[in-house]
Design a binder for this molecule. Sequence first.
Ligand code: NAP
Length: 258
Amino acid sequence: MSELSSVNAQALAYQCPADAFKDRIILVTGAGAGIGRSAALTLARHGSTVILLGRTPEKLEKVYDEIKAAGGPEPALAPVNLAVARPEDFQELAGLFDKEFGRLDGILHNASVLGDITPLERYGVGTWDSVMQVNVNSAFYLTQAMLPLLRASDDARLLFTSSSVGRKGRAFWGAYAVSKAATENLAQVLAEELENTSNIRVNTLNPGGTRTDMRALAYPGEDPQTLKTPDEIMAPYLFLLGPDSRDVNGESIDAQPK
Ligand code: NAP
């Protein structure tokens, strides 16, 4: 294992108090499946009102029902296809959240698509555009539209989801790798801009190989049982989205450091 920063170690060892997210309002993108679903359920279990954003309403409704059945705070549903949503759609959404909640205490930018695993020489231009649209452009539009609501919180978080191929490019990972490098940079720019002008803290988290549909798509020959489940990597998510990371800004954290 390469040397772990003390903040990364703190994130991994984090034991989240049961009510750490009481009265907090956190938006999770890609909340209908995989890591985003697990994050939404986990946040709600710790008291958060969760805004469930995703492209498949039925999946979001299922997560909604699970949260309600577990006695969690009433979630909100935001069915949005990030591949086609325009900046004005996010502005409209911000207006709705403003009316309903008046502020936002955090966004987990989690939704992403993998695109193709193929050499750049043969990479489809349409796939390139849609990967960059979902993974980067929409994260920028969403963040920009929600900044006034995040500023209205006295302690807000932006958490972007990275990947090891975003930290260092890797052959055949194409637009996905480039989009994750851009995500790292987007978070760094925001972290510096917001550090002294707001109560918003901005970090990235690389979940590492995790048992989800995206991972199965990327590694079809792999035995999923060898991978951690999303529920098993939630400690750093709770740390970086919650009150105990108030002094953490501009960090790139690994949920499963090698
Ligand atoms: P996943 O199982 O494929 O889930 C991705 C989520 O994003 C789904 O809820 C999906 O919605 C949503 N989504 C995709 N396209 C969308 C769109 N156009 N509009 C709105 N929502 C959309 O992936 P995951 O493994 O949980 O990945 C979560 C995050 O972790 C991603 O950022 C990924 O890059 C990162 N990551 C994962 C791994 C891993 O091993 N799993 C490793 C490194 C990084 P639908 O279900 O409705 O399609």
